[in-house]
Design a protein around this ligand. Structure first.
Ligand SMILES: [Zn+2]
Length: 300
């Protein structure tokens, strides 16, 4: 009986996990075909909107956001009472969904208390690509998204389509030193090789994956980068990069986007192409955006 209940719980959760990362399953893909990003809008109309993500940040055009106070990310160290399930969601991404005791984030000019729903990754088959956002024309090999919903809503699903219902914290990776925290995830990759596979794991502090110190970040309003592409997301893009080793990066590129028993296709390049900024502005938490940032890059 207990086993049945547990199984049912996990099945139900995996369905929820699916729906969180665009549960539309087979209705969309990252491959450039009729189900590819350029055609998402035909099935998911929001994907054709004017406030879509990801975008390229051009640092010369970024303006100071006077309400952008520091974040309080201290609860990202919590593990007590927290439950985690790692999953290969629809062959689209690796995602860790949170349950149990809530983890909240405040500050950062988000306007309220936001609860962590899940975090997941976007990566490339080569180091020159993989991130969804770009900074001054530069893409990173991987981007991590911590997905939050506004605590004024009872759950993630009811917040998805609400204005400022969601927030995503985005972190960029650079290939270099080993990221010890990342082993908490990588050790489970053999269990989630195929699309749809998931596994409860021992909760670990999300902070272990992040930069030790956070200095500067960008803010803009956009959308989910997967269908249904709801325009309900306050984005934060952290400039402080996270290190990951080449062999750790390679482990991501061995995951598969097919279910077991089908022809194997590696899960890579799971990023949406850049979207138009249109009338939006990008803000920075820095009071004085360094003038000529771009020029100093050119001198290096
Ligand atoms: Zn994402």
């Amino acid at each position: 009986m207990l086993t049945t209940t547990l199984l049912l719980g996990v099945t139900l959760w995996s369905w929820l996990v699916q729906s969180v990362h665009g549960g539309a399953g087979n209705k969309w893909t990252y491959v450039d075909n009729t189900l590819g990003p350029e055609n998402w809008y035909t099935v998911f109309p929001f994907c054709g909107g004017q406030q879509q993500s990801p975008i390229e940040v051009i640092s010369e055009l970024v303006v100071p956001g006077h309400d952008l106070v520091d974040f309080n990310l201290s609860e990202l160290n919590n593990t007590k009472g927290v439950t985690m399930i790692i999953a290969n969601v629809g062959g689209h991404t690796v995602q860790v969904a949170l349950g149990g005791k809530p983890i909240y984030i405040t500050g950062g000019g988000l306007g309220g208390r936001f609860r962590v729903e899940q975090f997941h990754f976007h990566w490339g088959n080569k180091n020159e690509r993989g991130s969804e956002h770009a900074i001054d024309g530069l893409f990173y090999p991987m981007e991590m998204h911590i997905v939050l919903y506004n605590d004024m809503h009872p759950n993630f699903t009811s917040a998805v389509h609400e204005t400022k219902g969601l927030a995503v914290l985005a972190f960029f990776f650079k290939v270099g030193q080993v990221n010890k925290g990342m082993f908490k995830i990588l050790r489970h990759f053999s269990s989630i090789k195929f699309s749809g596979a998931n596994k409860p794991i021992v909760a670990f502090p999300i902070a272990a994956l992040l930069p030790k110190k956070i200095n500067s970040w960008f803010r803009y309003d956009g959308s989910l980068t997967t269908p249904p592409c709801s325009e309900s997301v306050r984005w934060t893009l952290f400039k402080d990069e996270i290190s990951i080793s080449h062999s750790q990066m390679k482990a991501f590129r061995k995951l598969l986007r097919n279910i077991q028993g089908q022809q194997n296709m590696i899960l890579v390049d799971n990023y949406r192409p850049l979207q138009e900024l249109n009338k939006r502005k990008v803000y920075t938490n820095l009071k004085f955006q360094s003038v000529g940032n771009k020029n100093s890059n050119q001198l290096e």
